[in-house]
Write a protein that binds this ligand. Structure first.
Ligand SMILES: [Fe+2]
Length: 154
């Protein structure tokens, strides 16, 4: 059975029958904010020859997280909730490999958060389909980072 997670950063207006769903959607949103910032900093920090390949990768990943955050915030409001303004933990590193490992951890956490939101969506089929599209994209991102770091799930 899934454990109930308390969200201390619950924004006003997210109480009610959808509270658990809203909390889980807001957890995913806070991770998108953090991913947006994390990739943005990495885009600025990556140096040497790696910069040629990885600055565009980090920039586009940050933009993708920004777009996901925008879409998710809009969805939360459509469902009667209030989007959080609090980002999840941003992991910092100066070496490329550490950056990518931090990103892998972030993306795996985000994927898990979206799956937990999908579980809470229960009979809201349209929301489930919408989340499944994002879950598919997040899964691709995790797989790409697993290849880049040569680190796969055991
Ligand atoms: Fe995302």
């Amino acid at each position: 059975m899934a454990k109930k997670k308390k969200n201390k950063e619950t924004p006003p207006g997210s109480k009610g029958p959808n509270e658990e769903l809203m909390n889980r959607l807001n957890t995913a949103l806070s991770l998108e904010y953090a991913a947006c910032i994390q990739y943005l900093q990495q885009q600025s920090l990556v140096k040497g020859q790696d910069r040629h390949d990885f600055a565009p990768f980090f920039a586009s990943s940050s933009s993708e997280a920004h777009l996901h955050a925008q879409n998710l915030g809009n969805k939360i409001v459509s469902l009667g909730g209030v989007p959080t303004v609090v980002p999840a933990q941003v992991r910092q590193a100066t070496e490329l490999r550490d950056m990518l490992l931090n990103d892998l951890e972030m993306e795996r956490t985000a994927l898990e958060a979206y799956i937990r939101a999908w579980e809470a969506a229960e009979n809201k089929l349209a929301l489930r389909f919408w989340l499944e599209d994002i879950i598919r994209q997040e899964q691709l991102h995790v797989e790409e980072l697993e290849k880049l770091t040569d680190r796969h799930r055991p």
